[in-house]
Ligand binder design. Structure first.
Ligand SMILES: Cc1cc2nc3c(=O)[nH]c(=O)nc-3n(C[C@H](O)[C@H](O)[C@H](O)COP(=O)(O)OP(=O)(O)OC[C@H]3O[C@@H](n4cnc5c(N)ncnc54)[C@H](O)[C@@H]3O)c2cc1C
Length: 404
């Protein structure tokens, strides 16, 4: 017998799980969030999180609608107005917010800022109860009364359980959902660097045969660096003395931002593509990285996860209005249908991009150059690409619309 019952139990209070809890709690669902580690509550001034996210307009709208955006702004967000993508000795494409009458193309935000702002919002909501530190040791699937057991033995009943516990989701495994995918044989080396020429409110991305180098603007003259490369080169980059690393980074960026100097630590993330074979089971739905892991080259991972949670909210509101069980497969299939195809398409596009640009064969290079220079010259194509990056193109769930 469950000791406590909730409408929704969410495993994982990361960026996607916490956003989902806020949205559901505000809409009068009772929610339990099971998280093994509370977010960092404060940090020394001038320190930086090496993990950042490029947040699309659609995700910004979600944060605003959850009342978490003002706190994120207070803690620090950096808008960017321009994006420059280039290949050495090849073509270049530039996107500018002014081309489509927008103030910016998105924001770069440290993950700890997103996480803390959502956590604080979650704590304000009466309908949300946080179990932390805690984890789930058993899951019992059921269309109407799924149940989880916590590591301390407590049992929580629910009408729906959601796995938002990241790429290595324990709940996904407990539910017997397998994943497909492959390693990219690439590692992302991440750090913060200071640029001699300032941040210029621009994101920069250079494609190299070994992988893309992304420079994402942060306050004043700082950039967050995501340098995807071979595991061997990543090891070398991590082992270098700071001045040697500065020289390698400056060289890789073709000095577009002048000299780059490392600030603080470096980190490394092995990159892989992963997709859950199913997003749902009776009484269970997967969201965010628990469902899909994508190459970070277009900075889409958490943006896709937020679209998952926003779609799930729409589906659950509709089911409640119609008096349908929240965990019933016909209800959950609406969610899976809406999200799985789109996530696979985005994963496929990023995979194709990654493969096309990791190859120095001359014919492929010519196709790339032609594609980039054509897209750069054709205003409608460029504007369509910008709208797509903003996440405001196409049919999206209600929470992504301003003021919903
Ligand atoms: C180098 C790099 C750069 C990236 N850049 C971007 C970017 O610019 N833009 C973008 O959109 N995405 C980016 N991503 C992807 C993005 O970081 C992920 O998509 C995002 O973190 C997924 O969020 P999530 O909440 O689904 O999962 P997670 O962030 O993994 O959160 C899962 C949560 O569940 C908790 N948890 C896990 N297991 C358990 C358990 N057993 N019990 C209880 N709690 C548990 C964890 O503590 C955590 O809080 C990047 C990824 C990498 C590697």
């Amino acid at each position: 017998m469950s000791e406590t019952a909730f409408d929704i139990v969410i495993a994982g209070g990361g960026m996607v799980g916490a956003a989902l809890a806020c949205a559901l709690g505000e809409r009068n669902f009772s929610v339990a969030v099971i998280e093994r580690q509370a977010p960092v509550q404060d940090w020394p001034e001038g320190s930086h999180d090496i993990r950042v996210s490029a947040i699309s307009r659609a995700s910004q709208n979600i944060f605003s609608n959850l009342d978490a955006w003002p706190e994120m702004r207070r803690l620090g967000v950096t808008p960017y107005e321009q994006m420059v993508v280039w290949e050495s000795g090849g073509a270049e494409i530039r996107f500018h917010a002014a081309d489509i009458g927008e103030p910016d193309l998105g924001h770069i935000i440290e993950n700890r800022v997103i996480q803390l702002a959502l956590w604080r919002r979650m704590e304000q909501l009466e309908k949300v109860r946080i179990f932390c530190p805690a984890s789930i040791s058993a899951f019992q699937a059921d269309e109407t009364q799924p149940e989880v057991t916590l590591n301390d033995g407590r049992k929580l009943g629910a009408r729906l359980v959601v796995a938002a516990d990241g790429a290595r989701s324990a709940l996904r495994e407990m539910a017997g959902i397998s994943t497909g995918g492959w390693g990219y044989d690439q590692t992302a080396v991440v750090c913060t660097a200071r640029a001699e020429l300032g941040n210029q409110a621009s994101c920069w991305q250079r494609f190299m045969p070994t992988g893309p180098l992304a420079l994402l603007p942060m306050e004043k003259d700082l950039f967050s660096i995501v340098w995807s490369t071979s595991p061997a080169q990543a090891r070398e980059l991590l082992a270098m003395e700071a001045d040697e690393f500065d020289a390698a980074l400056t060289h890789a960026s073709e000095q577009r931002l002048g000299r780059l100097s490392l600030m603080g630590e470096r980190g490394a993330f092995p990159l892989r593509l992963q997709h859950a074979k199913a997003y749902i089971r009776p009484g269970l739905a997967l969201v965010g990285d628990a469902a899909h892991v994508i190459h970070p080259l277009a900075g889409q991972g958490v943006n896709l996860g937020l679209l998952d949670m926003a779609e799930l909210v729409d589906v659950l509101l509709r089911a409640r209005d119609r008096n349908q069980p929240l965990g019933a497969l016909p209800v959950l299939r609406r969610y899976e249908r809406a999200r799985k195809g789109e996530n696979i398409a985005m994963q496929g596009a990023m995979d194709l991009f990654k493969r096309m640009f990791s190859n120095d064969l001359l014919p492929l290079k010519m196709v790339r150059n032609l594609g980039m220079s054509t897209a750069n010259r054709l205003t409608p194509v460029r504007n369509l690409l910008i709208r797509n990056a903003l996440g405001t193109f196409g049919d999206h769930p209600s929470l992504t619309h301003p003021g919903s």
